[in-house]
Design a protein around this ligand. Structure first.
Ligand code: BES
Ligand code: ZN
Ligand code: ZN
Length: 494
């Protein structure tokens, strides 16, 4: 999709599909202006067929020959926000795409009412982000004709926003990258394939990349990661991809992603209804890689290590067994009581290895760790667990800015008791089924010694059962925008 910014209004362009945004208030002012060129639009507004109601789209045919106009409602001005603009732009994009025109013309919203206080570039970024993210299609496995390519003309822009447009495109490409990988067949995204993708990205963007294969994992003592991966034909990998955007600074942060390429549950096999979506279980790793790709292309001034713990949790005669006691990288013995609680095992090794050898100033892990987070927060919020209040605060700020929402859960004393083992140092599931997201995080906390650390459980948000506004059905790419924003914020603080 080519994006062309122009200073003139939508009237200067003819043909194609035009999108006009209205608040409830601007509907009235548009009627008052009574521009003769907009007879049809004014008619629709006068008749109150379209009132600017939030999320409402009206399609008007024949405003000019071979032209379709979409009216998109933003609701009342006092409730306007960037996140709402992003959403309505996405709703309008979906509708516009259906019209199958070669050209879509988007009216950049003139700052009015509460938006006067908003920086215009932020407004345009939100508009574009919503629009682009909603055009995503995973069409690789569809033989039906896909939607035709089109140009997007961005009208009424005051400045030359070409750099902003480029940046927004890069960010959205990071999201698409994560979505594509998560939607991909499990057998085509083995740990080795993910590792070579990281190497490719590293080469393209001048990053460094280190991959530990099964042998070096055994040798270095990552027995948990090896145990989880031992039942699969495709052996595990621990991947480090390093971006040095602030070479003069000693500070660096680690982003750690769960990369289970398929979670069958292992010998604690998942059942129908729970197993079908389990190619999603590498969404944390995909988000980390997508973020590193975006950060380096955007040249954000920060040092970041992306860590992907990759394994396939397969069932077979070689699989690790319930009851096995496995020594972790940090020397603790783990009693594996359920082979389906594998994410915490691979992350345990990834976190302690990263802490020991890379010594980051903070670590944030993203993982599709527990089904319990879906029971708790559905598909709209990820759970955020950290003891670090400052880190919690800044992650929440990024979540609010990007609308990749997180909600804090407690990571406090009473839950720790539940993970104690009678035969080893710790067990991988709690004695009861309660508070599964918290006990999962409690387990991880035993593998972080002194580094500032936050855990984000994205089991609900990485995958969407339905399509809505900028979220497609299935892989959402959750985390790329959140982490990129977070790194940009931290870059200013460091
Ligand atoms: N990958 C799953 C979590 C998951 C569930 C992600 C649903 C996305 C959708 C994880 O490895 C898992 O199986 N967790 C178990 C933990 C339990 C055995 C303590 C779960 O949530 O049931
Ligand atoms: Zn599992
Ligand atoms: Zn899993």
């Amino acid at each position: 999709m080519k994006i062309i910014p122009i200073q003139d209004g939508v009237d200067s362009v003819s043909g194609g599909c035009k999108i006009l945004f209205f608040t409830v208030e601007t509907v009235h002012s548009f009627i008052k202006k009574n521009n003769k060129d907009h007879d049809l639009v004014i008619g629709v507004l006068r008749e109150k067929i379209f009132t600017g109601e939030k999320g409402k789209i009206s399609v008007i045919y024949g405003t000019h020959p071979d032209e379709i106009t979409l009216l998109a409602g933003l609701g009342e001005e006092k409730h306007l926000s960037l996140s709402l603009i992003r959403k309505i732009a996405a709703v309008a994009a979906r509708e516009a795409k259906k019209q199958k025109k070669k050209q879509i013309c988007l009216q950049a919203i003139p700052p009015s009412g509460s938006l006067i206080r908003t920086d215009e570039s932020k407004l345009i970024q939100a508009l574009l982000e919503g629009f682009i993210l909603a055009t995503y299609e995973f069409s690789k496995y569809s033989t039906e004709k896909q939607s035709l390519p089109f140009d997007l003309i961005l009208c009424n822009v005051k400045k030359n926003y070409s750099s902003l447009i480029e940046k927004t495109k890069i960010l959205c490409e990071g999201v698409f990258f994560a979505r594509n990988w998560v939607n991909e067949n499990a057998s085509l995204k083995t740990p080795a394939r993910l590792a070579s993708e990281a190497k490719k990205i590293a080469l393209e963007n001048k990053l460094s990349c280190t991959v530990l294969d099964e042998k070096s994992l055994q040798k270095s003592g990552c027995h948990l990661l090896c145990a989880v991966g031992q039942g699969a034909v495709h052996p595990p990998r621990l991947v480090f991809i390093e971006y040095r955007g602030a070479p003069s600074s000693k500070k660096k942060i680690a982003l750690v992603g769960k990369g289970i390429t398929f979670d069958s549950g292992g010998l604690n096999l998942k059942t129908s209804g729970h197993i079908e979506d389990m190619k999603l279980d590498m969404a944390g790793a995909a988000a980390v890689l997508g973020t590193l790709k975006a950060l380096s292309r955007l040249k954000i001034r920060i040092n970041v290590i992306g860590v992907m713990a990759c394994a396939e949790n397969a069932i077979g005669s070689r699989s690790y067994k319930p009851g096995d006691i496995v020594k972790a990288f940090n020397g603790k013995y783990v009693e594996v009581l359920n082979t389906d609680a594998e994410g915490r095992l691979i992350l345990a090794d990834a976190l302690s290895y990263t802490e020991k050898y890379y010594k980051p100033d903070m670590m944030i892990d993203l993982a599709t760790l527990t089904g319990a987070v879906i029971v708790c927060l559905g598909h709209h919020y990820a759970a955020l667990l950290t003891k670090d209040k400052k880190l919690e605060e800044i992650i929440i700020q990024s979540a609010e800015e990007t609308d990749e929402k997180v909600w804090p859960l407690p990571l406090t004393e009473p839950y720790s008791e539940e993970m104690k083992s009678d035969i080893a140092d710790i067990k991988n599931i709690s004695k009861n089924k309660n508070a599964g997201t918290i006990t999962g995080a409690v387990f991880l906390s035993h593998f972080v010694e002194k580094t500032r650390w936050a855990h984000v459980d994205i089991a609900g948000t990485a995958w969407s059962p339905d399509e809505h506004d900028l979220i497609p059905k299935y892989a959402t790419g959750f985390g790329v925008r959140l982490l990129t924003d977070l790194c940009s914020r931290l870059a200013k603080q460091f």
